[in-house]
Every structure is written in C-alpha cells, then in structure tokens.
Design a protein around this ligand. Structure first.
Ligand SMILES: Cc1ncc(COP(=O)(O)O)c(C=O)c1O
Length: 469
C-alpha cells in the first residue's frame, strides 16, 4: 500500500459536499476507522466480515493522494481495491444502466446478476414534473434536430448562439420576472461561471456548509477567501461576515439537494442587508416547485427582489439539461464576457434548447402539475412519517431517508432493487461521513398506487435492516 498516502482529514467542514475547500487539497479523505496507514484492499478472504466492512468503509476519497513521483502510481492500489469493492463492496450500485425513460417505472440493468429489473418504481430521477418524456417535449426536440441538426457547433459568444438560445434566455428572464438571463451548458457550469466570473482574490464568499459541489468548486476557482456557515444558521452567517470590509457574496440553495429542507431566506436576507453582502440563491431544486408562479423559494417568501443573483438548472423540474442565471441586465452582460465556464464551452444542442422551451411553456402554463407534485410529496411524507421512517429535516419533494451506516447502505440498496424500488444510495463525499442516506425524488407523474407500493417496499426493507420500527 506504499502508494497510498492518507490525508490528514482536511480543514473543510466534514459535511461540505463535493470537493472541499481546504486550501486546494480537495477532498477530506478522513479514514473511517481512524487509521492512516491501512491498506483498503489487503484482505481478499471471502466471508471475512472485517474485510468486507473495510471494503465498504473505504471509498474513492481514500485514493485522493498518492506517494511517489508518478501520477499513475495511485492507479495500481486503487485498481486492486476496486476489483473487490465493485461487487464485494457494493459500488456496482452506482451508474446502473437505465433501459427506459426516467419515468415513474424504469428498467434497470443489474451488472452483478446480469438481469434487467423491469417496472421498478423510480424515486431516483429528478424529473419532478415528468416533463422529459412528455410527447410535446419529445416532438419539439425532434423537430429542432431536423431543422438545426444535432449540435450548436460553437461557443455561445461565437457561432453557437442560435435564435433558439436567444429565445430561451428571453423566456427564462420573463418567467423569473428579471431584466435578463443567461444560459449555461449545465447547472454545474452556471455556478462555476457566475461565482468565478464575479468574485476575485481578496473578496469574501460565505456559503452554507451543505452547498452543492458546483458552488464549492466555483469558490475554489474564484480564489476569493471562502468561508462556510452552519447549515441554515443566520446567526453563524452573521459571525462569518463580521469584520470584513471588502466585497462580499453569500450563497445558499433554495431547497438543499441532499436534505430536502428549505433555506431560511428571510433571516439570511436580513443578515446580508446588514453587511451589504450580495446574495446568490441556487434554486436548482426549487424552481417550478415553490412560489405562486413557480419561480422558487425567493418568490415563496416574497423576497424575489431581495436576491441579487437567481440561479437555476433545467435538469431537475424541466427534465432537460443546462443552467441559468437571471438578474439585472448589467450582471448578465458582464457574465457574457467573464463567465469562462460558458465562454469556453460549446452551447447547448438546439434539440435540447427546443425541448426546454416546450417544457418551460408547459411548466408555466400548467400550474396543476406543481399542485400534483405537492400532493404527492405530502402524501409520501405522510406514509413515511406513519411508518416512523427517519426523513431528517426534509419538507419538500426531495426526501432524505437517513441511514447513517456508510457500509450497510449498500446492502439495503440492493434489497430495495430486488424488491422493486430504484433509489440511489448517497454517501460521502456527497454528504458527510456517517450521514449516508437514500435521496428520494417525488414526481408529479407518480400515481398514488406507485407511492403506496413504494412506501410499503421501503418500510419493509428498512424494517428488515433495523432502520425503522
Ligand atoms: C443545488 C445544485 N446546484 C447545481 C447543480 C448542478 O446542476 P446540473 O446537474 O444541472 O449541472 C445541482 C445538481 O444536482 C444541484 O443540486
């Protein structure tokens, strides 16, 4: 194991998601059993429970650092571990091939047994309004591909901006009630682009410690001083902003993607105002879900005008791809030149953009979809509460089922798959160590029968594993 050098645990908060801001070292690679010199792959003895536990306890992040002079030096010990971890440790449960649309029932390939599980109840896809497979959306995509071809073939600042892209930006700005909007290839690059496009070394960025990896990576890229405040704790945000005289940006999410709880925006806005800090709200999971018009959590709290930068993605409620930033027009014009994540990347394919335009039209024109989503989310919360399943702080269509046991979650996930439910295990670094959970997405398209059957399967599997009474 001479090639693996464990990190000292990193200085980033353990619960900060994605690659942590810890002076550029990246992941907090804290070893779960506290040892620094252990080889994650030493024992290969079948049936050795300690060996199996180690396989499951170790994860990618244990291979972040490697000793020696060859960047490839880490690959051999990693490959050794991976050989066992893939099927022995449960990692095969990630990236399972889906053989159908991400609808309420899906076909999932099982590389371990080589079977395909058909008709699984799907709680893993973001398709909150079921729009990715709506016939009108599919038709709009096909038509645009026939007219414009498969790709944009250029950066949006050069040849890649088609009339469709311009229309999408205008429609998004109108939908959000803002002066202008700018579209990015992904939600990830929207955060990277806006944060690093605006903030400079010597400035201060303070983000919620449960911020998505794209926010954390944008902070790293900006080289501004980065701090994290305790999750949803406005008093701690106040402390982190105190005594800094320069440019300040605060970043929160509308709905937190791994916890399903909502930002305490009224308190956060008040603190930002007091410190003259600008506020960015990432509404990836709240756009088209919260607010009278579906604009998000800012609208829900009546604070739309208090937020300086409105960010969202098209990959969640709209079931497509891409991200956007909306706000005052000078901000958007500035980002056209300074958001390098957009300038130096190809524009979205025209088919995707046409699908988004149609999906946006449907989402804005059919508020009943949002009502159905909320009915379904409340119904599922009720079923899980009745069964005394621990859903943490979630109150939205994103429901976390808290497991805690980083090793055991794979066994539970496998049982769920075999019993008929597709739902992803979430582990470090997406959440903190020992905070493993299932992240459940409810869709407007789920039927009551889907939800009832899904809840029954989930509770009976959790019961079997001692995770609910
Ligand atoms: C809060 C948040 N922001 C940004 C993103 C990135 O969005 P996308 O997947 O569209 O790139 C995600 C994705 O899950 C997210 O949860």
């Amino acid at each position: 194991m001479s090639n693996v050098r464990h990190a000292s645990g990193g200085s980033a908060p353990a619960s900060t998601r994605g690659s942590a801001v810890d002076g550029g070292t990246g992941f907090d690679t804290g070893n779960p059993d506290g040892k620094r010199d252990g080889s994650p792959h030493t024992p290969r003895r079948a049936g050795d429970p300690a060996a199996l536990r180690r396989l499951r306890d170790y994860d990618y992040t244990n291979f972040y650092f490697g000793a020696g002079t060859d960047p490839f030096g880490i690959l051999e010990p990693f490959g050794e571990w991976w050989k066992d971890a893939e099927f022995g440790g449960g990692y095969y449960l990630y990236s399972l091939p889906m053989g159908s649309a991400p609808s309420t029932r899906v076909a999932i390939g099982d590389p371990k047994t080589r079977e395909t599980h058909h008709g699984l109840i799907n709680f893993a896809s973001y398709n909150y309004l079921g729009l990715s497979y709506r016939p009108e959306v599919i038709e709009a995509v096909c038509e645009a591909v026939r007219e414009y071809g498969a790709g944009a073939s250029g950066s949006p600042v050069l040849s890649g901006s088609m009339d469709l892209h311009k229309r999408l930006q205008k429609e998004v700005a109108d939908f959000k009630g803002k002066e202008a909007a700018i579209v990015f290839p992904t939600g990830y690059s929207a955060n990277l682009g806006v944060i690093s496009g605006l903030m400079r070394p010597g400035d201060l960025i303070v983000a919620d410690r449960l911020s998505h990896a794209s926010i954390v990576d944008g902070m790293i890229l900006s080289k501004a001083t980065s701090r994290f405040f305790r999750h949803n704790d406005a008093a701690d945000l106040d402390r982190k902003l105190r005594g800094f005289g320069g440019k300040k940006l605060v970043i929160v999410e509308g709905v937190y993607s791994m916890d399903g709880d909502v930002a305490d925006l009224p308190e956060i806005v008040e603190v930002c105002r007091r410190h003259s800090a600008r506020l960015l709200v990432d509404e990836a999971h709240s756009t088209f879900v919260y607010g009278a018009n579906g604009r998000g959590v800012a609208e829900h709290f009546g604070l739309d005008d208090e937020v300086d930068i409105h960010l969202g993605t098209f990959s969640k409620s709209l079931g497509g791809l891409g991200g956007f930033v909306a706000g005052r027009k000078e901000l958007i014009y500035y980002l056209r030149g300074f958001a390098r994540a957009r300038v130096f990347s190809c524009a979205l394919p025209p088919g995707v953009v046409a699908g988004l335009l149609k999906a946006l039209e449907i989402a804005a024109g059919e508020p009943e979809l949002r009502e159905r989503l909320w009915d379904n989310a409340r119904y599922m919360h009720g079923l899980l509460r009745e069964a005394e399943v621990d859903v943490g702080d979630s109150t939205s269509q994103v429901i976390s089922i808290m497991i805690g046991d980083d090793a055991g979650i794979f066994r539970i996930a496998e049982d769920l798959l075999h019993e008929g439910v597709y739902i992803n295990p979430i582990r470090y670094p997406a959440v903190g160590k020992h905070k493993s959970r299932f992240r459940m997405s409810i869709s407007a398209a789920h039927t009551r029968a889907d939800l009832r059957e899904g809840a029954e399967i989930i509770t009976s599997v959790l019961r079997k594993h001692g995770k609910c009474p």
